[in-house]
Design a binder for this molecule. Structure first.
Ligand SMILES: Nc1ncnc2c1ncn2[C@@H]1O[C@H](COP(=O)(O)OP(=O)(O)OP(=O)(O)O)[C@@H](O)[C@H]1O
Length: 582
């Protein structure tokens, strides 16, 4: 919460201005009953028109002043609340960008979206209301009670007793409602989650005719949201009748006691009218409380959810920024007894991996699905931390290299070719800040996508839809490779990134990669691709089963031979054997 309030600091002068203007409005409102009492007691009852005109004019003058103050207050409140929302969203976005995958695993994407949008909007609206009208209700209650006491203490005792009872009751309701609204926001996360999955998987849903099923899933989430919201609102709606009942009884008692005191001459008619007037204003303000409780409880729940993001510790430290030697030069990689498991899980994914790749060398990684190939890749740019052992690049432990300089030298092409909406040019240039047109084209040529792009009507200026929806799988893969190559990486990680390419294009691409003086790690299922690499690593259940050149593995590894046989058949094996014996 402290972090959230710090977002208001830059606007403290405007906040003071808005609150002062609100107090002016309030002061005018609280003075009105006194003027009315004066007009009744000294003007109407004494038949003195000049008193009526005098206090009437004062009332009108102050009302105009208060009206102008209200307008300026409104402008200021909008500016402060909108700026607050803007700053919080910006800061949240920055924090989420810094999240590690372990952090992201803990808070679902849909919840992050709800927190950045709906939760921040709730806070923004609460601040606007707070500066514009929210504080009015409690201040009218307190101010009204003080003014009533100033008019007559005996008659105001009714208010002095009933108000604290109601405040206690409201506090209890607010606490309960905040917890309920936290659940409501969670249900909203679920609705957003189903919605998001549906929009992403629309093609699949249509192809599998799962529309009805998905509508049902959405209905369930939507129904849950409605149910939780209604039960939260019900609690709040019960407050209004309780408040009104207590206050109306209080007003009746004031009227009854007031008439008694007038007959005994203890109080004047105007004073009773003033106290009743204050009591009615207090009752009206208390009725606003049920609405206020809803706004504040929701804001409290939202504030907790937003604060949770700000307070989430980033579990990958940014590396030793001061380390002078912390740069990637050659790109040689050493895995030394590396073990790894995903945070919060029991099963070890990688077990005691030890191998090395010299600068500029290429290593193909093959292995069954789920054997840990992608997990191994993710350790190199430190998307996850090793559990034990260490990874060295150019002889330095990864943790001694500042994260930025490490990632700057890595070109990572993930399994799923993810592109962004925008032009092809921008998508390739995304890999390197300020890449020139020549650099973009060179990268595209090496990635074997230049010719395809040149055939498009707008060539590099062609707009891609969301996630590159208007491209084929192979085109997307090659553009993602171009995006990695434009960085001129020292380490290139290709995670099954050539799976959608035909053999001819793939072999041209692999040949073109030789122009880049970088260490290349390539995950592949194809032996033909693996054979192009300097070394092949066969991974099995997170362990190195075999490592060496194709010919070595053909001799030493049964599993490797089996894979080759499954892809090339017996003929392929015998051809290989002849090649080796020659
Ligand atoms: N974020 C995650 N949290 C927990 N476990 C995970 C996570 N990602 C992957 N795993 C598990 O780690 C294991 C290895 O997954 P990984 O993606 O590294 O395999 P892979 O060899 O690349 O498989 P494939 O060839 O199918 O891509 C799998 O058993 C998988 O269930």
């Amino acid at each position: 919460m402290k972090k959230l309030s710090s977002f208001l600091k830059p606007y403290w002068l405007l906040i003071i201005l808005a609150l002062s203007l609100m107090i002016v409005e309030l002061g005018v409102e609280l003075l009105q009953p006194l003027f009315i009492a004066k007009i009744i007691d000294d003007g109407i009852l004494q038949k003195d028109l000049s008193v009526v005109i005098k206090w009437g004019s004062v009332m009108v003058g102050l009302s105009v002043f208060s009206f102008l103050g209200g307008i300026v207050n409104s402008f200021t409140a909008s500016h402060v609340s909108q700026s607050f929302g803007h700053d919080v969203r910006k800061s949240l976005f920055g924090k989420i960008q810094a999240f590690s995958f372990a952090n992201l695993n803990n808070i679902p994407t849909s919840s992050l979206i709800t927190r950045m949008t709906n939760d921040v909007t709730q806070l923004q609206n609460t601040i606007f209301m707070g500066l514009r009208i929210m504080a009015r209700a409690p201040l009218i209650v307190i101010g009204g009670a003080i003014m009533a006491i100033a008019v007559d203490l005996k008659l105001s005792l009714v208010l002095v007793i009933s108000i604290p009872v109601l405040v206690f009751f409201l506090g209890w309701v607010m606490k309960r409602a905040a917890n309920l609204f936290k659940l409501v926001q969670k249900k909203l996360d679920n609705v957003n989650g189903v919605m998001r999955e549906n929009l992403i998987g629309m093609r699949l849903i249509k192809a599998f005719l799962r529309k009805e099923h998905e509508i049902g899933r959405f209905d369930d989430a939507n129904e849950e949201l409605k149910r939780k919201t209604v039960s939260s609102l019900r609690l709040i709606e019960t407050t209004m009748p309780v408040l009104m009942l207590v206050m109306n009884v209080a007003i009746l008692i004031i009227l009854w006691l007031g008439s008694e005191f007038i007959t005994t001459g203890d109080i004047q008619v105007g004073e009773v009218v003033a106290i009743v007037n204050y009591a009615t204003r207090i009752a009206a303000s208390l009725s606003v409380f049920s609405w206020l409780i809803m706004v504040i409880s929701r804001a409290k729940a939202s504030a907790e959810r937003v604060t949770e993001i700000f307070e989430t510790p980033i579990d990958i430290d940014e590396g030793k920024a001061e380390s002078k030697s912390g740069a990637v030069n050659g790109g040689g990689i050493k895995f030394l007894d590396v073990s790894f498991r995903y945070p919060g899980t029991e099963t070890p994914i990688l077990k005691n991996l030890t191998f090395s790749i010299d600068p500029g060398e290429s290593l193909a990684i093959i292995g069954a699905t789920g054997s840990g190939k992608t997990s191994l890749f993710q350790l190199i740019p430190r998307l996850y931390e090793v559990e034990s052992g260490s990874i060295q690049i150019d002889g330095q432990d990864l943790k001694d290299i500042p994260l930025n300089s490490l990632r700057n030298r890595i070109g990572y092409v993930p399994q799923e070719a993810l592109l962004f909406s925008g032009t092809i040019k921008n998508n390739v240039a995304w890999g390197k800040e300020g890449a020139s047109v020549e650099e973009i084209m060179a990268a595209a040529m090496h990635a074997q996508v230049h010719e395809t792009v040149m055939k498009l009507p707008k060539q590099y200026e062609t707009q891609l839809g969301q996630k590159g929806v208007n491209l084929s799988g192979g085109q997307k893969q090659r553009l993602s490779i171009a995006r990695a190559l434009v960085r001129k990486p020292k380490i290139l990680l290709l995670d099954d990134s050539t799976s959608a390419l035909d053999l001819k294009t793939e072999s041209k691409l692999l040949a073109a990669l030789k122009d880049y003086t970088c260490t290349t790690l390539i995950i592949t299922q194809k032996i033909s691709t693996a054979m192009e690499a300097d070394k092949i690593l066969l991974l099995e259940s997170g362990q190195v089963l075999a490592l060496g050149k194709h010919q070595d593995l053909m001799q030493t590894s049964d599993l490797y031979r089996k894979i080759v046989r499954s892809q090339f058949g017996e003929e392929g094996i015998s051809l290989e054997s002849k090649n080796i014996s020659r």
